[in-house]
Design a protein around this ligand. Sequence first.
Ligand code: HPA
Length: 233
Amino acid sequence: MKNTPHIIQTAEIADTVLLPGDPLRAKYVAENFLENVQQFNAVRGALGFTGTYNGKKVSVFGTGMGMPSIGIYSYELINVFGVKNLIRIGSCGSIQKSVKVSDIVIAMGASTDSNYADQYQLPGTFSAVADFELLSKAKAAADELSLNVAIGNVLSSNYFYCDDVSVNYKWAKMGILGIEMEAFALYLAAARYNAKALCILTVSDSIIEKADMTAQQRENGLNDMIKLSLTMI
Ligand code: HPA
Protein backbone atom coordinates (compact mmCIF):
# COMPACT_ATOMS: atom_id res chain seq x y z
CA MET A 1 0.00 0.00 0.00
CA LYS A 2 1.25 3.46 -0.94
CA ASN A 3 0.50 6.98 0.21
CA THR A 4 0.56 10.36 -1.49
CA PRO A 5 -0.54 13.74 -0.08
CA HIS A 6 -4.01 13.00 -1.53
CA ILE A 7 -4.43 9.22 -1.51
CA ILE A 8 -3.89 6.99 1.52
CA GLN A 9 -4.26 3.59 -0.07
CA THR A 10 -6.34 1.05 1.81
CA ALA A 11 -6.92 -1.47 -1.00
CA GLU A 12 -5.61 -2.42 -4.42
CA ILE A 13 -6.11 0.02 -7.31
CA ALA A 14 -6.86 -1.59 -10.69
CA ASP A 15 -5.03 -0.84 -13.96
CA THR A 16 -8.25 0.75 -15.24
CA VAL A 17 -9.91 3.52 -13.25
CA LEU A 18 -13.22 5.20 -14.00
CA LEU A 19 -13.16 8.84 -12.97
CA PRO A 20 -16.41 10.63 -12.17
CA GLY A 21 -16.00 14.17 -10.81
CA ASP A 22 -18.35 13.53 -7.91
CA PRO A 23 -17.00 11.15 -5.25
CA LEU A 24 -20.56 10.09 -4.41
CA ARG A 25 -20.94 9.02 -8.02
CA ALA A 26 -17.90 6.80 -7.52
CA LYS A 27 -19.73 5.28 -4.55
CA TYR A 28 -22.89 4.89 -6.66
CA VAL A 29 -20.97 3.02 -9.38
CA ALA A 30 -19.31 0.76 -6.82
CA GLU A 31 -22.56 0.00 -4.98
CA ASN A 32 -24.75 -0.52 -8.04
CA PHE A 33 -22.49 -1.98 -10.71
CA LEU A 34 -19.47 -3.67 -9.12
CA GLU A 35 -18.92 -6.84 -7.13
CA ASN A 36 -16.28 -7.63 -4.49
CA VAL A 37 -15.95 -3.93 -3.67
CA GLN A 38 -13.21 -2.54 -1.44
CA GLN A 39 -12.67 1.14 -0.67
CA PHE A 40 -9.14 2.34 -1.44
CA ASN A 41 -9.29 6.02 -0.49
CA ALA A 42 -11.23 8.54 1.59
CA VAL A 43 -8.75 11.41 1.93
CA ARG A 44 -10.56 14.77 1.39
CA GLY A 45 -13.71 12.80 0.62
CA ALA A 46 -12.20 11.69 -2.72
CA LEU A 47 -13.79 8.27 -2.46
CA GLY A 48 -12.16 5.45 -4.39
CA PHE A 49 -13.30 1.86 -4.77
CA THR A 50 -12.01 -1.26 -6.47
CA GLY A 51 -14.23 -4.14 -7.50
CA THR A 52 -15.03 -6.40 -10.41
CA TYR A 53 -17.39 -6.07 -13.35
CA ASN A 54 -18.09 -9.33 -15.21
CA GLY A 55 -15.00 -10.67 -13.48
CA LYS A 56 -12.77 -7.81 -14.67
CA LYS A 57 -11.01 -5.74 -12.03
CA VAL A 58 -11.81 -2.04 -12.16
CA SER A 59 -11.54 0.97 -9.86
CA VAL A 60 -13.70 4.05 -9.64
CA PHE A 61 -12.54 7.30 -8.09
CA GLY A 62 -14.02 10.78 -7.64
CA THR A 63 -11.61 13.41 -8.99
CA GLY A 64 -13.36 16.59 -7.86
CA MET A 65 -14.00 19.47 -10.23
CA GLY A 66 -11.62 21.30 -12.50
CA MET A 67 -8.24 20.76 -14.07
CA PRO A 68 -6.08 21.34 -10.98
CA SER A 69 -8.00 18.63 -9.13
CA ILE A 70 -8.01 15.98 -11.87
CA GLY A 71 -4.41 16.98 -12.61
CA ILE A 72 -3.35 16.01 -9.09
CA TYR A 73 -5.21 12.72 -9.04
CA SER A 74 -4.27 11.62 -12.55
CA TYR A 75 -0.60 12.37 -11.82
CA GLU A 76 -0.68 10.27 -8.66
CA LEU A 77 -2.76 7.43 -10.12
CA ILE A 78 -0.38 7.05 -13.06
CA ASN A 79 2.99 7.75 -11.44
CA VAL A 80 2.53 6.33 -7.96
CA PHE A 81 -0.15 3.67 -8.38
CA GLY A 82 0.72 2.53 -11.90
CA VAL A 83 -2.73 3.07 -13.39
CA LYS A 84 -2.72 2.44 -17.15
CA ASN A 85 -6.22 3.39 -18.35
CA LEU A 86 -8.01 6.48 -17.05
CA ILE A 87 -11.60 6.88 -18.19
CA ARG A 88 -13.37 10.03 -17.07
CA ILE A 89 -17.15 9.65 -16.79
CA GLY A 90 -18.47 13.15 -16.32
CA SER A 91 -21.00 15.65 -17.49
CA CYS A 92 -20.93 18.54 -19.91
CA GLY A 93 -23.06 21.41 -21.09
CA SER A 94 -23.93 21.20 -24.79
CA ILE A 95 -23.22 24.14 -27.07
CA GLN A 96 -24.55 22.49 -30.26
CA LYS A 97 -28.24 22.21 -31.19
CA SER A 98 -27.65 18.65 -32.38
CA VAL A 99 -26.33 17.55 -28.97
CA LYS A 100 -29.28 17.17 -26.62
CA VAL A 101 -29.63 16.86 -22.88
CA SER A 102 -28.92 13.26 -21.72
CA ASP A 103 -26.97 12.45 -24.93
CA ILE A 104 -23.52 10.93 -24.54
CA VAL A 105 -20.46 12.75 -25.83
CA ILE A 106 -17.04 11.14 -26.24
CA ALA A 107 -14.15 13.59 -26.25
CA MET A 108 -11.91 12.66 -29.17
CA GLY A 109 -10.09 15.90 -28.42
CA ALA A 110 -10.10 18.51 -25.67
CA SER A 111 -9.55 22.20 -26.29
CA THR A 112 -9.16 24.64 -23.44
CA ASP A 113 -9.35 28.26 -22.28
CA SER A 114 -6.83 27.39 -19.56
CA ASN A 115 -3.06 27.89 -19.43
CA TYR A 116 -2.71 24.45 -17.84
CA ALA A 117 -0.26 23.29 -20.55
CA ASP A 118 2.15 26.16 -19.81
CA GLN A 119 3.98 23.91 -17.36
CA TYR A 120 5.37 21.89 -20.29
CA GLN A 121 6.94 24.97 -21.91
CA LEU A 122 6.07 23.78 -25.40
CA PRO A 123 7.00 26.00 -28.32
CA GLY A 124 3.45 25.82 -29.76
CA THR A 125 -0.06 24.49 -29.13
CA PHE A 126 -0.52 20.95 -27.86
CA SER A 127 -3.55 19.05 -29.21
CA ALA A 128 -4.97 17.02 -26.33
CA VAL A 129 -6.48 13.84 -27.73
CA ALA A 130 -8.06 10.65 -26.42
CA ASP A 131 -6.25 7.35 -26.66
CA PHE A 132 -7.37 5.78 -29.93
CA GLU A 133 -7.65 2.25 -28.54
CA LEU A 134 -9.92 3.39 -25.69
CA LEU A 135 -11.93 5.54 -28.09
CA SER A 136 -12.41 2.58 -30.45
CA LYS A 137 -13.48 0.34 -27.57
CA ALA A 138 -15.96 2.95 -26.36
CA LYS A 139 -17.50 3.26 -29.82
CA ALA A 140 -17.76 -0.52 -30.13
CA ALA A 141 -19.41 -0.71 -26.68
CA ALA A 142 -21.84 2.06 -27.64
CA ASP A 143 -22.81 0.12 -30.77
CA GLU A 144 -23.23 -3.07 -28.74
CA LEU A 145 -25.51 -1.25 -26.28
CA SER A 146 -27.34 0.64 -29.07
CA LEU A 147 -26.35 3.96 -27.53
CA ASN A 148 -26.01 7.01 -29.73
CA VAL A 149 -22.80 8.86 -29.06
CA ALA A 150 -21.48 12.15 -30.40
CA ILE A 151 -17.72 11.91 -30.86
CA GLY A 152 -15.65 15.05 -31.26
CA ASN A 153 -13.98 18.00 -29.60
CA VAL A 154 -14.97 19.37 -26.20
CA LEU A 155 -13.91 22.47 -24.30
CA SER A 156 -12.25 21.98 -20.94
CA SER A 157 -12.95 25.31 -19.32
CA ASN A 158 -11.71 26.97 -16.18
CA TYR A 159 -15.12 28.53 -15.78
CA PHE A 160 -18.47 27.10 -14.85
CA TYR A 161 -19.76 30.63 -14.29
CA CYS A 162 -18.14 32.56 -17.12
CA ASP A 163 -18.58 36.33 -17.01
CA ASP A 164 -18.73 36.56 -20.80
CA VAL A 165 -21.07 33.86 -22.13
CA SER A 166 -20.60 35.06 -25.72
CA VAL A 167 -17.39 33.00 -25.81
CA ASN A 168 -19.56 29.86 -25.95
CA TYR A 169 -20.70 30.83 -29.45
CA LYS A 170 -17.10 31.24 -30.60
CA TRP A 171 -16.26 27.72 -29.43
CA ALA A 172 -19.49 26.42 -30.99
CA LYS A 173 -18.44 27.87 -34.36
CA MET A 174 -15.31 25.71 -34.12
CA GLY A 175 -17.47 22.60 -33.72
CA ILE A 176 -16.95 22.12 -29.99
CA LEU A 177 -19.72 19.79 -28.80
CA GLY A 178 -19.86 20.68 -25.14
CA ILE A 179 -18.14 22.31 -22.21
CA GLU A 180 -16.72 20.49 -19.19
CA MET A 181 -13.78 21.20 -16.91
CA GLU A 182 -11.31 18.30 -16.78
CA ALA A 183 -10.58 16.38 -20.01
CA PHE A 184 -7.70 18.58 -21.21
CA ALA A 185 -5.67 18.07 -18.02
CA LEU A 186 -6.41 14.34 -18.01
CA TYR A 187 -5.26 13.95 -21.62
CA LEU A 188 -2.12 15.94 -20.88
CA ALA A 189 -1.23 13.79 -17.89
CA ALA A 190 -1.77 10.64 -19.96
CA ALA A 191 0.38 11.99 -22.79
CA ARG A 192 3.16 13.13 -20.47
CA TYR A 193 3.31 10.02 -18.32
CA ASN A 194 2.56 7.40 -20.95
CA ALA A 195 -0.91 6.23 -19.94
CA LYS A 196 -4.16 5.94 -21.89
CA ALA A 197 -7.08 8.28 -21.29
CA LEU A 198 -10.60 8.83 -22.51
CA CYS A 199 -13.37 11.17 -21.46
CA ILE A 200 -17.03 10.15 -21.76
CA LEU A 201 -19.66 12.72 -20.86
CA THR A 202 -23.39 12.82 -20.31
CA VAL A 203 -24.95 16.07 -21.45
CA SER A 204 -26.43 17.50 -18.24
CA ASP A 205 -27.56 20.81 -19.68
CA SER A 206 -27.74 22.74 -22.90
CA ILE A 207 -25.96 26.06 -22.53
CA ILE A 208 -27.45 27.49 -25.73
CA GLU A 209 -30.98 26.18 -25.25
CA LYS A 210 -31.08 26.71 -21.48
CA ALA A 211 -32.34 23.19 -20.87
CA ASP A 212 -31.55 21.04 -17.85
CA MET A 213 -31.93 17.34 -17.25
CA THR A 214 -34.95 16.10 -15.38
CA ALA A 215 -34.18 13.85 -12.41
CA GLN A 216 -35.21 10.83 -14.48
CA GLN A 217 -33.04 11.83 -17.44
CA ARG A 218 -30.16 12.43 -15.08
CA GLU A 219 -30.39 8.93 -13.67
CA ASN A 220 -30.93 7.17 -17.02
CA GLY A 221 -28.24 9.17 -18.78
CA LEU A 222 -25.81 8.50 -16.00
CA ASN A 223 -26.55 4.78 -15.97
CA ASP A 224 -26.10 4.54 -19.75
CA MET A 225 -22.70 6.21 -19.51
CA ILE A 226 -21.64 3.96 -16.62
CA LYS A 227 -22.73 0.84 -18.56
CA LEU A 228 -20.85 2.09 -21.59
CA SER A 229 -17.65 2.64 -19.61
CA LEU A 230 -17.90 -0.76 -17.93
CA THR A 231 -18.73 -2.58 -21.18
CA MET A 232 -15.69 -1.16 -22.96
CA ILE A 233 -13.07 -2.16 -20.37
N1 HPA B 1 -19.99 24.16 -17.98
C1 HPA B 1 -18.90 23.55 -17.54
N2 HPA B 1 -18.91 22.32 -17.09
C2 HPA B 1 -20.07 21.65 -17.09
C3 HPA B 1 -21.23 22.23 -17.54
C4 HPA B 1 -21.19 23.54 -18.01
O1 HPA B 1 -22.20 24.12 -18.43
N3 HPA B 1 -22.23 21.34 -17.40
C5 HPA B 1 -21.69 20.22 -16.88
N4 HPA B 1 -20.38 20.41 -16.70
